[in-house]
Ligand binder design. Structure first.
Ligand code: ADP
Length: 492
């Protein structure tokens, strides 16, 4: 509970204790109620029995109180004295012969009815007296009743309970014992996953993400255990990625740093001359370091979603042309032929700088891996409001088993070749992040005639302002379906 006072149950240290105390309390209340009702029922029974006894006494007196002729017996006083309870005898006209009790229902009895009940704190029974068929009088026997009224009722019940207190105690103790044992078994089963989770969470806190909880039940705790296991699995995955990343980054940084250091040591030792060639190599290594760090920063920003996209309509053909020139510059005449087959009418809705980066990565790879007699082709096709941009080459291609991984950070099909080439293994990971930030997907496949074919999706630019309210931003779509209408420029 937040803040305020704890409820009594929350003070107990374990679920087992809570369950146990609740069950014991319930059992105690049940036993109490049971004994009270039994007590009351027995009291009614007792009262009936008492009335019957009084009636019996009245009958005895009635038999002896009058002669067979119907006149009051001469020894009426003695007859009455033999009966332990207060006795009153009346003649047929209701005149008292013996006793001072004033019965509440005398006329009823004098009409021939037997009567018993409780009046003014006295339990009474009255019987008519017949001689032959003639009613000659009435006999009443009465006694003070201790059990009348609420207080009296409670007193008689209590008195009754006092006589059976040890049975009560024994039954209560046995029930409480059974209840506690049941609570213990129940709580043990119920709290098993909780205890396991607590243990697993503690292990996770110390860096061991392999702990899992066994799921035995389908109740809330079972579901909680399931969620816990999924969470543990995801944390384990994240932790593995983090470790891999740190290892990869360290490894990637180490290579150029070692190379630089080796050259510097050679220069200091006089083994190498500080000639332009050596300095050029060192400059390249430091450039590679810079590129690596910049790319890593860029990738982490992209993955964190820190890079806002400046979406605008971009003419794809012109951009491909520009990137193609940038990539082929400085590759000499030994470079593959480049064909830009993108239709001049295609305009996409993208962040120009980021789209440039994707095209640069793809075309740079294609030029790097394709021999001089090969070719690199860029093309685009529009389906609905999606533009599929493809970059194909006739290079060595990527073996099928590597295809699913080339977009992962630092993944290289052949590490030595790519690294010699200045590759960092991050370019495609950055490209994927950019394409996904635009709401599209990127994939690679083997080109039918050899070589590789990279394809990514980007939204076609929406109709010009005025036709569609000038919408400028594509909503990232699921499954590569894009919002926004197609816009194809009139061919010049
Ligand atoms: P790098 O900077 O090493 O090129 P990338 O992420 O751009 O990193 O590429 C990852 C790997 O994918 C490359 O090392 C290479 O093995 C493979 N690859 C990418 N493009 C091509 C291509 N056009 N032809 C053959 N292999 C490629």
């Amino acid at each position: 509970m937040s803040g305020g006072a704890m409820r009594p149950l929350d003070r107990l240290p374990s679920i087992r204790a809570k369950l146990g105390s609740v069950i014991v309390f319930a059992v105690a209340v049940t036993i109490m109620i049971m004994y009270l009702t039994v007590g009351f029922a027995l009291r009614t029974y007792e009262q009936t029995r008492e009335s019957q006894a009084l009636q019996g006494e009245a009958q005895t007196v009635a038999a002896l109180a009058f002669t067979s002729a119907g006149v009051p017996s001469s020894n009426l006083g003695r007859v009455v004295d033999r009966v332990p309870n207060q006795t009153s005898v009346f003649d047929a006209s209701g005149r008292p012969l013996v006793g001072s009790y004033q019965p509440p229902t005398l006329d009823r009895v004098l009409r021939g009815y037997t009567d018993f009940g409780l009046a003014k704190g006295h339990r009474y029974a009255g019987v008519p007296v017949f001689r032959g068929s003639a009613l000659v009088g009435a006999v009443y026997v009465s006694r003070r009743d201790v059990g009348s009224g609420i207080g009296g009722a409670a007193l008689t019940t209590l008195a009754l309970l006092r006589t059976v207190w040890w049975q009560l105690l024994a039954a209560g103790a046995i029930s409480a014992f059974i209840a506690l044992a049941l609570a213990r078994i129940l709580a043990r089963g119920m709290t098993q996953p909780i205890r396991e989770m607590a243990g697993a969470a503690e292990r996770m806190a110390t860096g061991d993400y392999q702990a899992r909880v066994k799921v035995h039940t389908r109740d809330e705790l079972g579901r909680l255990a399931g969620s816990f296991n999924r969470m543990a699995g995801e944390l384990e995955g994240v932790e593995r990625l983090r470790r891999e990343l740190v290892a990869n980054v360290s490894h990637e940084l180490k290579t150029p740093i070692s190379a630089l250091r080796a050259h510097l040591e050679n220069l200091l030792d006089g083994v190498e001359e500080p000639n332009p060639e050596t300095l050029q190599i060192m400059l390249e290594q430091s450039e590679r370091l810079t590129r690596l760090v910049e790319e890593l920063l860029d990738l982490s920003r992209l993955e964190a979603g820190d890079v806002p996209l400046q979406l605008e309509p971009v003419g794809l053909r012109a951009l491909v042309e520009q990137v193609g020139r940038e990539v082929s510059v400085g590759r000499g005449s030994e470079r593959p032929a480049f064909r830009n087959e993108v239709n001049a009418s295609v305009e996409v809705n993208a962040d120009r700088e980021r789209l440039h980066q994707v095209l640069f990565n793809l075309l740079d790879n294609a030029f790097r891996f394709t021999p001089g007699d090969g070719s690199v082709v860029a093309s685009a096709s529009i389906r609905d409001s999606t533009c599929e941009v493809a970059v194909e080459d006739t290079g060595p291609g990527i073996p099928a088993e590597h295809l699913p991984f080339v977009f992962e950070r630092f993944y290289r099909v052949s590490s030595s070749r790519s690294r010699d080439d200045g590759g960092t293994g991050i370019g495609l990971a950055i490209s994927r992040s950019i394409v996904e930030a635009h709401g599209g997907r990127i994939r690679v496949e083997q080109r039918p005639g050899g070589g590789s074919r990279f394809v990514f999706e980007v939204a076609v630019a929406p109709p010009a302002a005025g036709q569609d309210g000038g919408r400028r931003f594509a909503e990232p779509a699921q499954g590569g379906v894009y919002a926004g209408g197609a816009r194809v420029k009139e061919e010049a």
